[in-house]
Design a protein around this ligand. Sequence first.
Ligand code: SF4
Ligand code: SF4
Length: 471
Amino acid sequence: MKTMTESQTWKPSHFNVTLADRGRTLLFNSKTARILELNAGERAVIEECFDGLLVSGTCPNADLLDCLVTLGFVVPTGVDERQREKDRLRETKAGEERLFLTIAPTMACNQHCSYCFQRNTEKTKIMSAALQRAVIEFVRSKVGNSKQLVVQWFGGEPLIAFDAIVSMTKAFQAICAERGVDYYAEMLTNGMLLTPERVAALPSLNIKALQISLDGMPETYAERREVALPKADAYYRFLVENMQAVVDATGSVTVRINVDKENIGEARYVVGLFKDHGMVDQRLDFRLGFINTSRGLVDCVPHDCFTNTEFADEELAFRHFLAEQGYMVFGMPQPKNYPCTAILRNAYTIDPNGAVGKCIPAIGTDQSAFARILPDDMEKTLADTAAAEAPYGDFDPFRSKGCEGCKLMPLCLGSCPKHHANGERIVDCSMREGLSGKMGFYHHFHKRRAGRKDVPDREPGPGSLRQDAFE
Ligand code: SF4
Ligand code: SF4
């Protein structure tokens, strides 16, 4: 009987990466995210197969070849994998299947975080009723060709504008119901204005993912956010007691613990707090937040930040800790469709003054703003926002020096477009940092969990905007 690989010639995938982790060899393909753990003998057999493919396009061990093709480590000789990725990104950028909106209904905040990139932005009031109506009209006009509307509520602190969120959501839901468009939302919040009533309202707002940030112990939280300690204590008590309800209401909660060298030990304290309360839900995602200057976010604050390498080491140790404590460990590198929504034609940020931009953390500034929502002139609004020269629209990681030709490209697609200028990467690549240890961890973590039916094996959906704002 003919095997599936007999009828054509083959070559090793461009996206194969060999990683060495504590004496093990891991063969990883960044396009399929498959990993093979090899001993010395197995590695020699595969290398021999790859060498043969490079010479003749075939391998005498047909079963091995079939297996490598199935897992994506070997591809047909005629396929230009890099070109295929380039084409895919170009199509995704131009796609209209989904309309992504990040809306800051206010830039006001009830805290004053020492590391916040919006620390010095003007604290506007809540988006006016007229502008809210115009945003709704904008959605009505824009969503026509899409199958899904995805809104991320951002700020400032979005919960300050809870009533505006409720009324805009109702309008979005009505538009989507009328047009047969799917709708869901996510929210980034410091969480302090959550109440049991607001938690109960989350399902009616279609909020499917919530990210809350912490800084370690309540004392550190109070100090770094300039809130009174009794208030911080009360908030921690509320969170611990209500986290299960928040997870049940949304289906996905990320607790981001922002760390530098001073408070890194306190990340374990946060996890312990929830564990002691019996909260070991597999939909709860603990992550370390990297306080650093790489995106120009913290350039004036006296934090003792980690380097990329140090942070990668801390993250790995934290992943092991989470696994030991029985938590799901999210964040396994996976192939992406786009590096962030900033490069997508059908994605916009809208600030409370109606400025339309592209980069989510830059909301409320003029950094990526390129148009305005004009309550009195929707026609001009639509024309301006459709501008071909929107910021980051021409971002092409495949032609950026330092990334071009990279074997990890499908995992990050060049990462943040702001890390590139004049055709080259200008910020150190953090994806490569600690990659062997990271892939080794996830390989074994998912293998161990493979028998369990009650937990997701990979990232839970939807998380479409997760990468932009949650990382
Ligand atoms: S990844 Fe995208 S959204 Fe995030 S900072 Fe960079 S450009 Fe902005
Ligand atoms: S950001 Fe790093 S991992 Fe990603 S393509 Fe560039 S060099 Fe490769």
